[in-house]
Ligand binder design. Structure first.
Ligand code: DGL
Length: 252
């Protein structure tokens, strides 16, 4: 029998993982759950997130998933420890990269910026990660206030309609000669190519590495082509079948 993977996020950011898993044809049944009423989480309290993520986790466990991918840096930072205590199902989280073979912050030719949500930046988990992996502060960290919400609105707006808001949010990174930008929020990955063009930088996106880890952890290989999955944007109250191609905003 095919293994079932639950993927969760505050909104549409985690769909980048659904897309990547389907492109790699991984032999998995996917269920995606989000909280579109309360997105973005980046300006919510830890307590609020813990309550909402527990509701989503309960819905996924009721659907008998074999593992959960917390496809949200903010939820991972603020809730993963508690969720691992509360639920038996294995949970894979996602954290902003501060140390990775792809990064070489002491290389004088390179200058790195990490973009993430205000809640991730303020979280104890991120502060720890930063202290351990970048004690000299070589990577500049920017918490973007409205970026995730603007990306979320791509559900019903075009990129050109939200571009102005996105550009204002990125303004603090302009003219600083960054060579690399690290994506610390899955919503941002949706507009990764657009960010790269705006700032003339290379993007560092952890998605392929997380997928490699997931393949290994769940012991799954590539199977047949598929594009359908179960989708809920109300924390698992109701589910519908969706095709990933319906989410035409992916990969801008
Ligand atoms: N997609 C999320 C992340 O990776 C959170 C965006 C938000 O809800 O603020 O951090």
């Amino acid at each position: 029998m095919k293994k079932r993977l639950g993927v969760l996020d505050s909104g549409i950011g985690g769909l980048t993982f659904v897309d990547a898993i389907m492109r790699q044809k991984l032999n998995l049944d996917l269920l995606y759950v989000s909280d579109s009423k309360n997105v973005p989480y980046g300006n919510k309290s830890q307590r609020f997130m813990q309550q909402q993520i527990a509701i989503m986790m309960t819905a996924l466990v009721a659907k008998k998933v074999d593992a959960v991918l917390m496809a949200c840096n903010t939820a991972t930072a603020e809730t993963i420890d508690q969720m691992r205590q509360q639920f038996e199902v294995p949970i894979i989280g996602i954290e902003p990269y501060m140390r990775h073979p792809q990064l070489n912050p002491s290389d004088q030719q390179r200058k790195y910026a990490l973009i993430l949500t205000p809640a991730t930046k303020a979280s104890a988990r991120f502060q720890r990660l930063q202290k351990q992996n970048d004690p000299e502060g070589l990577i500049d960290v920017f918490a973007l206030e409205r970026f995730a919400l603007a990306v979320e609105s791509l559900k019903h707006r075009t990129l050109s309609e939200v571009e102005h808001t996105l550009a204002v949010e990125l303004a603090p990174l302009q003219q600083k000669n960054y060579t690399h930008v690290i994506l610390g929020c899955t919503h941002y990955a949706i507009v990764s190519q657009w960010i790269a063009q705006q700032l003339n930088v290379e993007m560092i996106d952890p998605t392929p590495n997380i997928i490699a880890h997931l393949k290994n952890a769940m012991q799954v290989s590539a199977g047949e082509n598929r594009s359908n999955f179960l989708y809920s944007e109300n924390c698992g109250q109701t589910w519908t079948q969706k095709n990933i191609r319906e989410f035409s905003f992916l990969g801008q």
